[in-house]
Design a protein around this ligand. Structure first.
Ligand code: AMP
Ligand code: GLY
Length: 440
């Protein structure tokens, strides 16, 4: 048997747990900050604790003879969980704290691409003080401001969305510099975005199908940004608005970044390199890297794996990924999140009808169900404020996958909401037309 420890408690980790358990020799242990009933159910044992309590994570791993640890979310990576486990000779799928800077430091990644002449950077500058910011803002047509450090996806501000004028931009930079060592100021890019989640042992980089996430809370891309309301991938392992060249360019960038990380630090990056890319008139650009799978994007890709995931994880840890041929089913997937009606909305928003309540799950057909922020009580499943349950439809075509997911998410009853438009023909065609306009 292979004893594996999974750190994390979201729907992404529920999908990881399920994929691990497809291997009949896997024995799963999980460390969660709050109990995910889906993960708990398939775990041999689980432990509840915080993601900064490295001693507790180490002790739980030691006590259960863990062969390797899979780290799901960014917080424990940023806290150095991989370094702590490596100290006691337990290998991890997930980068060390130093390498997780790929996600946790916006300046690290931008400067790495620049130093190693890797394509994909927009026009950008890193500032440690206000000196020179005003002049640089004058050079940009559209502005994006990124605090340097983990901000839980909330720190990035985009002109037109979160602020309007150069004065606003300067004021935000000033605010950021009070609590962060530096700020990245960059050109605003226009185009269509996609997520490419790659697996790597630091030498070989293997792709999974590209996915498009939907960050806005409401249908028609309206409302505030969220952690992601749902996502889709297509059966040809491209997206309807992208070409094979976009995919090849994104892979080439990721491969070069993996090599650059090794040259820069002498350490192999082991884990997931999830690039957020944008196709622009000026070619493919990199928005950011994350050091983990995407949530919801992991729910699109992991169920398609034909190659044994435990074998892949072992190859990542051992540095033998080059010997593996990773295969994924040629299916389309649509993921939709059931969220509490008040999710992502401010307390005083009239649309905010609360973030909790019991949910009843009806007949979801052959859709997959992944729990996120829910609690299991004696009388059923209750939401606990954030995205509650991810449902995934998998089929030969996007239309069918969307129908499966939509039917399933409508079977989740309670104080819930979802985006009915994700993966629909109308929305996908809108993305394609947007891309055509951009490239004209
Ligand atoms: P991040 O926290 O880096 O994921 O940024 C959040 C979101 O901001 C991204 O998903 C993009 O939609 C947007 N964004 C970040 N950088 C840029 C950029 N240079 N141009 C346009 N949009 C951006
Ligand atoms: N889907 C966005 C993220 O995982 O960061």
């Amino acid at each position: 048997m292979t004893n594996i420890l999974l750190v994390g408690n979201g729907a992404r980790e529920h999908a990881i747990a399920e994929t691990i358990m497809k291997n009949d020799k896997a024995r799963l242990f999980s460390y969660m900050k709050s109990k995910n009933p889906g993960i708990a159910k398939i775990s041999e044992d689980f432990h509840l604790g915080s993601y900064d309590n490295l001693e507790e994570i180490k002790n739980f791993a030691k006590a259960n003879n863990i062969e390797f640890v899979f780290v799901g979310p960014e917080d424990p990576l940023h806290n150095g969980v991989v370094d702590a486990l490596n100290e006691i000779n337990i290998p991890c799928v997930g980068p060390s704290k130093n390498l997780a800077r790929l996600e946790t430091s916006k300046s690290f990644t931008r400067l790495l691409l620049k130093k190693y002449n890797i394509d994909g950077n927009p026009k950008f500058e890193v500032f440690e003080s206000l000196d020179g910011i005003e002049e640089f803002l004058e050079e940009l047509d559209g502005i994006v401001i990124k605090p340097d450090g983990l901000t839980g996806g909330k720190g990035v501000k985009v002109q037109g969305d979160h602020f309007q004028t150069k004065e606003d931009a300067l004021a935000y930079c000033e605010e950021v510099l009070k609590s962060h060592p530096s700020v990245v100021v960059e050109e605003k890019l226009e185009g269509e975005e996609f997520s490419l989640q790659c697996l790597t042992d630091g030498k070989t980089v293997a792709a999974t199908p590209p996915v498009q996430d939907h960050k806005r809370r409401f249908a028609g891309d309206k409302g505030p940004n969220t952690g992601g309301m749902g996502s889709y991938s297509d059966s040809n392992h491209l997206l309807p608005f992208m070409t094979q060249k976009d995919m090849d360019d994104a892979m080439a960038i990721t491969q070069k970044v993996a090599e650059a990380i090794y040259k820069e630090t002498g350490e192999y990056y082991k884990g997931v390199m999830y690039g957020g890319f944008i196709i622009t008139k000026g070619g493919l650009k990199l928005i950011e890297y994350n050091a983990r799978f995407g949530d919801p994007e992991a729910m699109n890709t992991l169920p398609l794996l034909k190659t044994d995931f435990v074998d892949i994880c072992k190859a990542i840890v051992e540095g033998t990924l080059a010997d593996m041929n990773i295969e994924l089913e040629k299916k389309a997937t649509v993921c939709k999140y059931a969220v509490p009606k008040g999710y992502g909305l401010s307390k005083d928003d009239p649309l905010n009808q609360g973030e909790s309540g019991k949910v009843e799950i009806g007949d979801v057909g052959n859709a997959k169900i992944y729990y996120a922020a829910v609690d299991e009580k004696e009388d059923g499943i209750y939401m606990t404020s954030s995205r509650a349950i991810g449902v995934v439809g998998i089929a030969d075509t996007l239309e069918e996958a969307e129908k499966t997911a939509e039917n399933a998410v409508n079977e989740i009853k309670g104080n819930v909401d979802h985006r009915p438009d994700i993966g629909t023909k109308e929305l996908v065609e809108k993305r394609v037309r947007h891309m055509q306009r951009i490239l004209k």
